[in-house]
Design a binder for this molecule. Structure first.
Ligand SMILES: [Zn+2]
Ligand SMILES: [Zn+2]
Length: 238
């Protein structure tokens, strides 16, 4: 699905309706995260629909080192030769040298949402398993530019979590800092390692006033995105 000019959302049910995004700025292709499947076939199919070759994929950017987002990494790196980018804090997880830090499962309120979130927590907890490892080629920092997007270091969900911003298209890729599945939420309270950092990160993202906010789990926010993001950020300030 093309959610903005040159921005293609790819998804699958496994890994908690995980999403990845293929960007076409008219030169090379840039991929943000790699879905859950380990063969990369959904990404390769989209590249084919654009009448491009796998080797046109120049950049693979990882928002963070959780299993759902890393499945296709090794396979896609192999066929494309793309440069793989991430934050240095996630590098050894992505390379398979360290497990992602487990987050304690805490029930979330209000209770009405509890059961749905419980299952989500369980599913994601199980999703912390091994992925085909692949080292980063380049570590990136806040403010770096990769292909068409700017890097925002947005810790909280994990220490090296990245969001990406395509300013000309007004699209923000928020990773797991925001979720829309199973419900719109400022991430999942039980899955933010550092809630203070997460609040600061969300505030920074809200200031960008993006027209579209694409997230790691669930459908992108395409209507009133800036206002909804500001409301989410404000909801964390208590
Ligand atoms: Zn995550
Ligand atoms: Zn995730």
């Amino acid at each position: 699905m093309e959610i903005a000019p040159g921005v293609y959302a790819l998804t699958q049910r496994q890994g908690g309706h995980v999403h990845a995004f293929l960007l076409d700025d008219g030169t090379g292709l840039t991929l943000i995260d790699t879905l859950f499947d380990t063969d990369g076939r959904r990404v390769l199919a989209q590249i084919g629909r654009l009448r491009r070759a796998p080797t046109d994929l120049k950049h693979i950017i990882l928002t963070h080192g959780h299993r759902s987002h890393l499945g296709g990494l090794a396979a896609l790196k192999r066929v494309s030769g793309a440069t793989v980018y991430g934050h240095e804090w996630e590098a050894d997880v992505v390379a398979g040298d360290r497990k992602a830090q487990a987050v304690p499962l805490r029930p979330m309120r209000p209770l009405a949402a509890y059961w749905r979130v419980y299952h989500l927590q369980l599913g994601l907890a199980l999703g912390f398993g091994a992925h085909p490892p692949c080292p980063l080629d380049q570590v990136v920092r806040n403010g770096d530019r990769i292909g068409p997007v700017e890097v925002l270091h947005t810790p909280g969900h994990s220490p090296g979590h990245l969001a990406l911003h395509w300013p000309e298209r007004r699209v923000l890729f928020a990773g797991d800092a925001i979720a829309t599945w199973p419900l719109l939420a400022p991430g999942w309270p039980a899955f933010n390692l550092n809630r203070r950092q997460h609040r600061v990160s969300l505030g920074g993202m809200a200031e960008l006033a993006a027209a579209i906010v694409a997230v790691g789990h669930g459908a992108p926010i395409t209507e009133g995105a800036a206002d909804r993001l500001r409301a989410l950020a404000a909801s964390l300030e208590v």
